[in-house]
Write a protein that binds this ligand. Structure first.
Ligand code: FAD
Length: 402
């Protein structure tokens, strides 16, 4: 059996490894010319952590991870107004969490990729002929590839989804924010940050800063706007929206790189009526992005790919495997999407009263028991899918080798 996976992100790399291990021939297409280095820090826990453990990835993830003991919310004069104890948050998740840069998570997955996976960069699908027994993909360079299965693991703005399931506007739910991330090198700012995560204590917009290895600084920005259209020049938009936040922010923004090195996008969820059609299936942000509000998109992308590979292995046919994957995984991600949406109002204070209430809530969160309660209410129901799949052990459905 042969699969073409479009997108070498977290979901695509996981699936490529898992299908290859199960005897599939895999072609992995990536639009970028090389592995993406741009990124932001993610909290990685939940079902993705469980799947990474089964895949033997945890030692490498812990090696690449950052230890962030605390987040401090600072005002425009650099005065700390509230704190979050990350150690307590991690304890609430039974210490099964790592803080890791998205590119480092992809790096660990790529290092784990079997040599037989045919990785192709600077390419993607231009046309898809989807039949009941297979798929023909015409690539952007005009070449054609045939396979038994095409997987769209190509993120929020998935091309596979658009070509097979219709226009993006029918699937994307804009949540009312723009977000950006970039990194730069500066020993002085790096030293001022130490190992803590700093966030501005501000209304309707927020900048987060943390020090990385090699004296680099990572910047995360989010602001509220009713306008989903992205600005033509992200750097100019960042200067415009955030410069007046004071503290280190104007200095940081002066170090913002050129547009191509800045991640800038809407904060959005993806809701797709069907995740598969014929021999095309979607996974990860492409069909169920939960948004950064959920703080679990990477985890759900990795775990979803693991579930898809598992179902394909056990099912009597490809069609059954795709159906079982959707039935098993859809309720899990829909619950996370609902949890994230219910927190939209509190994600970023909209008034000075909400800002004050957030400070009080963060103060209370430092009390034993309350922190655990808040962590649980933000992450939604615990997901045991991966543990249950692993308990089921190994029965193979159809043979992937032909
Ligand atoms: C600021 C921010 C903070 C976040 N924080 C967290 C967090 O704390 N915890 C967490 O778990 N998640 C977090 N997330 C979410 C997480 O990053 C995503 O959910 C996750 O990256 C989704 O993985 P994916 O593989 O589905 O898609 P992506 O990571 O988007 O990967 C898609 C891949 O497909 C490629 N591609 C796109 N189009 C094509 C094409 N046409 N042809 C070929 N290749 C293509 C892309 O280049 C990319 O490599 C955060 C997201 C943001 C933006």
């Amino acid at each position: 059996m042969k699969a073409i996976i479009c997108g070498a992100g977290i979901a695509g790399l996981t699936l490529a490894r898992e299908l290859c291990e199960r005897g599939w021939e895999v072609v992995l297409l990536e639009r970028s010319p090389a592995p993406r280095t741009q990124g932001y820090m993610i909290d990685f826990f939940g079902p993705g952590y469980d799947a990474a453990e089964t895949m033997g990835l945890l030692p490498r993830l812990h090696e690449l991870a950052y230890r962030v003991p605390e987040a401090c919310f600072v005002d425009r004069n650099g005065r700390t107004r509230a704190r979050v104890d990350f150690e307590r948050f991690t304890e609430a998740l039974s210490s099964r969490m790592v803080n890791i840069l998205r590119p480092d998570l992809e790096r660990a997955l790529r290092e784990n990729l079997p040599a037989e996976v045919d990785q192709r960069f600077s390419t993607g699908p231009a046309h898809i002929a989807n039949r009941s027994d297979g798929v023909r993909v015409t690539l952007t360079d005009g070449r054609e590839l045939d396979a038994d299965l095409l997987v769209g693991a190509d993120g929020v703005h998935s091309t596979v989804r658009t070509l097979v399931f219709g226009e993006e506007r029918n699937h994307l739910r804009y949540l009312g924010f723009h977000t950006a991330a970039f990194t730069f090198h500066d020993p002085e700012i790096h030293a001022r940050l130490g190992d803590r995560y700093f966030l501005t204590d501000s209304v309707d917009r927020q900048i987060g800063l943390y020090g990385l290895r090699d004296e680099k600084v990572a910047v995360f920005a989010v602001h509220r706007t009713n306008e989903p259209t992205l600005p033509a020049d992200p750097r100019a938009a960042l200067l415009d929206h955030y410069s007046s936040l004071g503290w280190l922010v104007p200095d940081v923004l002066r170090r913002c790189p050129a547009a191509e090195d800045v991640y800038y996008d809407q904060v959005a969820q993806i809701e797709t009526h069907r995740w598969h059609s014929g021999r095309v299936v979607l996974v990860g942000d492409a069909c169920y992005a939960v948004s950064l509000l959920a703080g679990q998109g990477a985890s759900l992308g990795l775990a979803g790919a693991y579930v898809l590979a598992d179902r394909l292995r056990r099912a009597a046919s490809v069609e059954d495997g795709l159906e079982e994957y959707e039935q098993l995984w859809r309720p899990v991600v829909e619950e996370k999407q609902r949890t994230a949406r219910s927190g939209v109002r509190w994600f970023l204070p909209h008034t000075s009263t909400q800002l004050t209430l957030r400070r009080i809530a963060l103060g209370l969160a430092r009390l034993p028991g309350v922190g655990r309660f808040i962590a649980k209410s933000q992450t939604g129901k615990p997901v045991t899918t991966i543990t249950e799949l692993n308990r089921q052990g190994g029965t193979t459905g159809f043979s992937a080798r032909r």
